[in-house]
Design a protein. Structure first.
Ligand SMILES: [Fe+2]
Length: 240
């Protein structure tokens, strides 16, 4: 499996707190059947002011440590970018790290606030699409406004977003409401990617194995699409 969303880079956001923990997270990912993990630390203005440079430096340290520990996990890096007014500026300056591509567009993992759908999101999404960027919305099933008003999900779909559901949402880690919403989205096959969004070993571990089994019970072909084939398409590995 390919895990497109993780907070494994040590010490640069609210994910892994040390390299030792990052290495154990890498082992945990492999034990879940993950072969490729994209490191996606937060870029959240005023909270986690990461840049492509800071992420790249941390990424190279992790790659070395994972190789030294002989862990069979391929890594790449991007970021999880919180919606904010500077995104167009960052794009023009080349400061937005992309996960890969989708139908020729650069894929941006875009995070909404957890409490609501931010005003102006529609304009941002349309602007990004016009500028050759494909927004991949992180964990819509955990957004409280979408949870309360699920018809708004269809509005986001019509804008042309891709969606990433978090593995633990499908297995109940975030409670019954989130699980039910995630399963409703699954029954309509309305998301494109499942990823771990792992932050640590215990509270937010890698749930990809259990989630894959859960989605396979619903539809094995869909499970392979959202855990393997779509992520592979994004990172350009679809023929492997
Ligand atoms: Fe995340």
């Amino acid at each position: 499996m390919i895990d497109l969303h993780s907070h494994i880079l040590p010490g640069i956001d609210d994910g892994a707190r040390s390299m030792d923990i990052a290495i154990e997270m890498a082992r945990q990912a492999v034990s879940c059947g993950v072969t490729h993990m994209v490191c996606t630390p937060h870029i959240h203005k005023g909270y986690f002011d990461n840049t492509p440079q800071s992420i790249e430096a941390s990424y190279h340290s992790l790659v070395k440590a994972v190789n030294d520990a002989d862990i069979p996990l391929t890594l790449s890096y991007a970021a999880e970018v919180r919606v904010n007014e500077l995104i167009p500026v960052w794009l023009r300056k080349g400061e937005l790290p992309f996960i890969g591509t989708w139908n020729g567009k650069n894929v941006l993992l875009l995070e909404m606030p957890h409490s609501h759908v931010p005003q102006g999101l529609d304009s941002l999404v349309k602007w990004l699409l016009r500028n050759n960027v494909q927004p991949l919305i992180a964990h819509p099933e955990r957004n409280r406004e979408l949870l309360a008003e699920q018809h708004k999900f269809a509005w986001l779909q019509r804008l042309g977003c891709l969606f990433q559901v978090t593995a633990g949402a499908l297995t109940g880690r975030f409670g019954d409401n989130v699980e039910q919403f995630a399963h409703a989205l699954m029954s309509e096959k309305s998301f494109h990617i499942v990823a771990s969004d792992t932050h640590d070993l215990a509270r937010r571990p890698n749930d990809m194995k259990a989630a894959f089994e859960r989605v396979s019970l619903f539809d094995k072909t869909f499970a392979e699409l959202v855990f393997i084939n779509n992520p592979a398409k994004i990172i350009g590995q679809e023929h492997l």
